[in-house]
Design a binder for this molecule. Structure first.
Ligand code: ATP
Length: 313
């Protein structure tokens, strides 16, 4: 099945190096969460995919072929800066956008009706966009990305500013789109949401991809921690080589293996705990995406990026 490949993109704005060899792929039928701090390069990458911005080098491919204007027309894009006509009515605007993408009037109208219903804004079809709340404007923006029935979805912060019900509606739509075999890439700073929704996640720092994979994959490779519910204090853990106590509360002790540690360190932990008393629970503690993100993003940023960004400020 076709996938969207972002291959070694580089982009410089004056003295700011926004992308350095940005590389990842979004596979057919998957939701890819694109995360990174402000200014990391997410919007720049998405704009290059859309062709609204040109890269200095690198390539974007769909189904192994470089992306051209025809394929780009098959992308549903939600730009960060949003792009609706504020004085145009919601329904007319969506029909107009669908027509621009080549749909005939009847299909455009049917698609507008379907998406406004799915997104809960059918009552607002006759209203000018600027009269809508911010959250409803965002629902219209998603409808605008979907109304021409695209094959690929590229959404820049689609969840920002949405209430929990709207987040659920939007998440449901993204899941359905992926289930229909489309690659879906979205950026967000809401890491719990990204963790819940994404099949794979890419963490960007200073214009490069620094961690990439399924959530479980990322969580198991970075940390080796165990929670033990058993002996009443954590003294038993002191004697286990290469292990330190992270937390201790009541009968629960959380320990971490130093470095990668030997493979059988979990067995050594369990044996030490059992030697001190009965163990009721022994489990691997997996870090959340937020913890992983902090570890990865807080690592040193290349000096060049810091200098150029300060220089540009
Ligand atoms: N039009 C532009 N002119 C000059 N510099 C720009 C321009 N657009 C982006 N940049 C710079 O490029 C870098 C990457 O910005 P980009 O908007 O891609 O980041 P982002 O990851 O989307 O950030 P955010 O999470 O804040 O939206 C930043 O240093 C930014 O200041």
């Amino acid at each position: 099945m076709a996938s969207l490949e972002i291959d070694a993109l580089n982009k410089t704005y004056g003295s700011v190096r926004a992308l350095r060899d940005m590389t990842f792929d979004v596979r057919a039928g998957e939701i890819f969460g694109f995360v990174g701090s402000n200014g990391a390069g997410k919007s720049t990458t998405m704009r290059i995919v859309l062709g609204v911005l040109a890269q200095d080098s690198g390539e974007v491919r769909w189904d192994s072929a470089p992306l051209g204007p025809d394929t780009r027309r098959r992308i549903g894009y939600m730009p960060e800066e949003r792009g609706l006509y504020p004085r145009m009515k919601v329904g007319e605007q969506l029909v107009y956008l669908a027509r621009l993408h080549g749909m005939d009037t009847a299909a455009a109208r049917a698609s507008m009706e379907r998406w406004t219903e799915t997104l809960g804004i059918e009552e607002r079809r006759g209203d000018e966009v600027l009269k809508l709340s911010l959250g409803n404007q965002q629902r219209v923006q998603l409808a605008a990305a979907l109304v021409h029935e695209p094959d690929i979805l590229v959404l820049d912060e689609p969840f920002s500013g949405l209430d929990p019900v709207a987040v659920d509606v939007m998440s449901g739509v993204l899941r359905e789109q992926a289930a229909a075999g489309r690659p879906v890439v979205f950026s967000s700073h809401q890491l719990e949401l990204v963790e819940r929704l994404s099949d794979r996640v890419g963490i960007v720092r200073a214009g490069s991809m620094v961690a990439l994979g399924g959530i479980d994959e990322l969580r198991t490779t970075e940390h080796r921690r165990w929670a033990v519910d058993g002996p009443p204090d954590s003294a038993w853990a002191a004697g286990v080589p290469e292990v330190r106590v992270l937390e201790s509360s009541g009968t629960t002790t959380v320990v971490e293996a130093a470095g990668t540690g030997p493979d059988e360190v979990d067995q050594a932990v369990l044996r030490a705990a059992l030697a001190a008393g009965p163990v009721r629970e022994f489990s691997l503690v997996r870090p959340s995406l937020t913890e992983l993100y902090r570890d990865v993003v807080a690592a040193d940023v290349p000096a060049e990026q810091v200098e150029t960004e300060e220089g540009a400020a």
